[in-house]
Design a protein around this ligand. Structure first.
Ligand SMILES: NC(=O)c1ccc[n+]([C@@H]2O[C@H](COP(=O)([O-])OP(=O)(O)OC[C@H]3O[C@@H](n4cnc5c(N)ncnc54)[C@H](O)[C@@H]3O)[C@@H](O)[C@H]2O)c1
Ligand SMILES: [Zn+2]
Ligand SMILES: [Zn+2]
Length: 396
């Protein structure tokens, strides 16, 4: 089959690789019909290279048609239409029973000290072959795949794999009071969808911050009050402008949908580039332990949120010794909630909104639909935010 493989920093290629097959009774194999390109893939493209191995198959946002199931997957059969969550979880361990499939005790990557395995996401998360491919082996298929009805286009459901539950969890964790205010930093697919979910769930005012014209425009068109980072000399002025709109206090909640790709700190970027040049054995622990992340958005969130408010972090940060202003966090009495989205935890809450009315605007959410062969170009375009690219779906 054809698959999108990682070959090195900013180097992905479409290659022919062996077809996946059933290896365990709890496996399924699906033929992929749509597969998303995510901000999380951009970390692999550049920042997290020390954890990658050339040939790794990328991608974690698939849907498709079941081809084959193992004997331990009673509820799926060939021909079923399914969306596959980005995390692999068993559904029956203590963590899964407590709605934390990201921490699944059956699939935890204990050798690396990490939580549940993820598709296409470095050896830290199990080095599981990913979903930007023609076929995907789905482990733990007795729990993961979400059956969806025939009829509507893939775009209606494909975001159940990641974007929708991530945005939903970001808003749930933000704990915005009814009619309250929330600022969303970053208006990529996750931030954009988080704004929509916040509106749906009763936030009074949603502020959105980014520095890409089309992304700001998309949010504005849906009633988000937007701020263009480029209009401010530094983050302090941005914070002051949003405080002005919230009686001087700051919003009740801030969602960080930026993560480690933040624009803002040139010094940290230098450190990252230096890390990528180190020998592999040295560079992985270095990237993991020391502050090579770009923390600009998180610092803004801490400054911006009102005293006693909540920061909900969905942007992925990777370091282990990032300097955090604990005095400010403590003094402002900030609640901080974060993590990968527990996909199955939110699916039943989201599905009723994926009707013909399309209140969340999923059917025209993608800006680009490309064949697998164009993946190298799609990665570059998405990373550079060219050609109006916000969400790219690959159509194998
Ligand atoms: N928690 C989860 O389960 C989960 C799931 C999916 C994605 N993510 C993470 O969410 C983040 C966003 O993903 P995405 O797909 O929307 O990616 P993206 O890279 O397209 O979005 C990031 C956006 O932030 C903007 N930005 C950069 N610096 C900023 C700053 N200082 N202030 C405000 N905006 C800034 C960028 O212009 C961009 O539009 C990534 O870190 C991704 O890894 C987390
Ligand atoms: Zn994703
Ligand atoms: Zn489990």
């Amino acid at each position: 089959m054809k698959a999108v493989t990682w070959q090195g920093k900013r180097d992905v290629r479409v290659e022919t690789v062996p077809d996946p097959g059933i290896q365990e009774p709890t496996d399924a194999v699906i033929r992929i019909t749509s597969s998303g390109l995510c901000g999380s893939d951009l970390h692999l493209y550049e920042v997290l290279t020390p954890f990658m191995t050339p040939g790794d198959i990328l991608g974690h946002e698939p849907m498709g048609i079941v081809e084959e199931v193992g004997a331990g997957v009673p509820d799926l059969k060939a021909g079923d239409r399914v969306v596959v969550p980005f995390q692999i979880a068993c559904g029956s361990c203590w963590m899964c029973e407590n709605s934390l499939p990201t921490q699944c005790e059956t699939t935890q990557v204990t050798g690396e000290g990490m939580g549940a395995a993820l598709f296409g996401y470095t050896r830290l998360y199990g080095a599981v072959p990913g979903a930007q491919a023609e076929y995907l082996r789905v482990p733990q298929a007795q729990f993961g795949p979400i059956k969806v009805p025939e009829g509507p286009p893939d775009d209606r459901f494909v975001y159940l794999s990641d974007v929708l539950p991530t945005a939903w969890q970001a808003v749930a964790y933000a704990d915005v009071p009814e009619g309250g205010t929330v600022a969303v930093l970053g208006l990529g697919p996750i931030g954009d969808m988080a704004c929509r979910v916040a509106q749906l769930r009763g936030a009074g005012t949603v502020f959105g911050v980014d520095l890409v014209t089309e992304r700001l425009q998309r949010a504005r068109q849906r009633g988000v009050e937007t701020f263009d980072l480029r209009d401010f000399d530094d983050e302090k002025d941005l914070v002051a402008a949003i405080r002005d709109r919230t009686a001087g206090r700051g919003p009740d909640a801030v969602i960080d949908a930026v993560g480690t790709e933040a624009h803002g700190s040139a010094a940290a970027r230098l450190a990252q580039n230096a890390t990528a040049l180190l020998p592999r054995k040295l560079s992985a622990p270095f990237a993991e332990r020391f502050s090579v992340d770009r923390l600009a958005a998180l610092y803004t969130a801490i400054d911006l949120v009102r005293r006693g408010g909540t920061i909900s972090l969905s942007g992925v940060y990777g370091g282990m010794a990032d300097p955090l202003p604990l005095l400010t966090l403590f003094d402002k009495q900030i609640q901080l909630r974060m993590g990968q989205a527990n996909v199955r935890r939110w699916v039943d809450d989201i599905l009723p909104h994926l009707t013909d009315e399309d209140v969340l605007g999923v059917e025209d959410f993608a800006t680009h639909r490309v064949p697998l062969d164009e993946a190298p170009h799609a990665y570059e375009m998405f990373q550079r935010k060219q050609d109006g690219a916000v969400k790219v779906l690959m159509k194998p």
